[in-house]
Write a protein of this length. Structure first.
Length: 481
């Protein structure tokens, strides 16, 4: 069995030609079953496509760009899928699909043969190399091969690429991972997947000299969610680049633009004016009154504190953090309890809005604890890590630290990455249908995008308030507070 594993690890690779591309196929034992398509120098797209201890990788080593352009001539026009131009493209890609399928079949057979041969080769480890021992080695190799290949062949699902993870250069991310509507509506078959990949690779190679290209509209409203910038100008640089690259309708900042409350800190808020779209802001526990005032001084800024605003049909309601706790003050237990108690009033404020908000913005998730079930979506930060959950129908999306933790982490040997989210809202339900989690190791040497699909976003939100414990129910004379 060990011989089979070694043979697959070191020998399971093959060069194939698919249309205008030369592709190197590789396989190796792994803890998690996955598939990766690498397109140097742009990066790679991966997904968990199957179960079992086998990782598959396809690397595009060489592309005839002119040939690729000829293959994609006659791309789908206004007639859309099913129209004459789409039918012509499908006919063209049919040959490529057959080549890819044959190459995959031959590669799977190669893996099986290597596993069996590796098992048979294990007989050299024994002094007495009898036929019986050779047979046992062959059976061991066969068993190892079945364990590697069986689950992968039985469970392989190409539509797992609807939730891809991209790693590579930032400017090529939108071109390679595609748009959400493509992922939701068109990635139904291998042929449609090949159409999307082919077009995106063609766009990416054509964009090599000028990588920042236009994005296709996909019917969703894109919003960039940043948080915990903590005075880091590089975080603003990253946010500005993402806002342009993903063509967002607004930037949402869930607080902690400051750190200690020093007199010079509010000057960082001038960076808000760099964005060409509305900049929605709620105060965090590291933001003092001067920082909030400095943010509001920007023409594109909308500071929310018990107030609401609408962008591209999506209504946002924000609540400022009631504390200012520079340093380690955020760890005071009384402050944590205060926010939990305030969350009951936040829920009441949401219900009292003339127009029900679609999104609640808070810095610390405790402020929204009992507002869940009252509002479709909650965006928050504070904990410097990604997170998501659904409670009573409310989807919570927690952002990491876009400022990579700020000055507190400059002395760290392994500082956290700079993180942000691009959230895709359905214009009909006004709920998120997907989120791209973006992580960058500053100053940009490592970059990744992980897409999550949010299935509940395609349906209308139905309020389902959480039950409030008796000790948190406000007294009758405090209902307005």
């Amino acid at each position: 069995m060990l011989g089979a594993l070694l043979a697959v690890t070191f020998l399971a690779h093959q060069e194939v030609t698919v249309g205008p591309a030369r592709v190197r196929l590789e396989a190796a034992p792994a803890l998690v079953g996955s598939s990766r398509l690498a397109a140097p120098p742009f990066g790679s797209v991966s997904a968990r496509t199957h179960r079992g201890p086998l990782a598959l990788r396809a690397t595009i080593d060489d592309v005839d760009v002119k040939g690729l352009g000829r293959v994609l001539e006659g791309s789908p026009g206004p007639s859309g899928p099913g129209g004459p131009r789409f039918a012509e493209l499908e006919a063209t890609l049919g040959a490529l699909e057959d080549q890819a399928r044959r190459a995959a079949t031959v590669f799977v057979i190669r893996i099986a043969v290597l596993g069996l041969a590796g098992g048979l080769a294990g007989v050299v480890l024994f002094r007495r190399r009898t036929r019986r021992r050779l047979l046992r080695c062959g059976l061991g190799g066969l068993l190892a091969t079945v364990v590697l290949l069986g689950p992968a062949l039985a469970t392989y699902d190409l539509t797992a690429f609807r939730e891809p993870r991209y790693e590579g250069a930032l400017e090529y991310a939108p071109a390679l991972i595609g748009d959400v509507r493509t992922g939701l509506d068109r990635l139904r078959t291998l042929r449609e997947e090949m159409v999307r990949i082919g077009h995106n690779l063609d766009r990416a190679y054509a964009a090599l000299a000028n990588p920042v290209g236009e994005l296709d509209g996909n019917g969703t409203v894109r919003v960039l969610h940043v948080s915990d910038l903590h005075l880091n100008p590089a975080g603003f640089d990253l946010a500005e680049r993402l806002a342009e690259q993903f063509d967002v309708a607004a930037v949402v900042d869930t607080g902690d633009m400051g750190t200690w409350g020093l007199p010079s800190e509010p000057t960082v808020a001038t960076n808000v004016g760099r964005f060409r779209v509305p900049y929605l802001f709620v105060k965090g526990n590291h933001d003092d009154a001067d920082m909030v005032e400095a943010v509001a001084a920007n023409a594109n800024a909308r500071v929310l504190d018990g107030t609401a605003t609408t962008v591209a049909g999506i209504r946002f309601f924000g609540v400022a953090d009631p504390t200012f706790t520079p340093g380690k003050g955020y760890q005071v237990e009384e402050f944590e309890q205060l926010k939990l108690e305030r969350s009951v009033a936040v829920a009441d404020a949401v219900d009292r809005q003339a127009l029900r908000p679609d999104v609640l913005l808070v810095h610390d998730g405790r402020l929204a604890a009992y507002a869940r079930g009252h509002v479709p979506t909650v965006l928050e930060g504070h904990l410097h890590r990604f997170g998501t959950e659904v409670v009573n129908g409310t989807r919570t999306l927690m952002d990491g630290t876009t400022g990579a933790g700020g000055p507190d982490n400059f002395r760290a040997t392994d500082p956290p990455p700079a993180e942000a989210q691009v959230i895709y809202f359905d214009p009909d339900t006004r709920r998120p249908v997907a989120v791209d989690r973006i992580s960058v190791r500053l100053p940009g040497s490592s970059f990744s995008v992980e897409r999550l699909l949010l299935p509940e976003g395609s349906t209308a939100f139905v309020p389902d308030p959480l039950e409030v414990p008796p000790d948190l129910v406000p007294a009758p004379d405090a209902q307005g507070g």
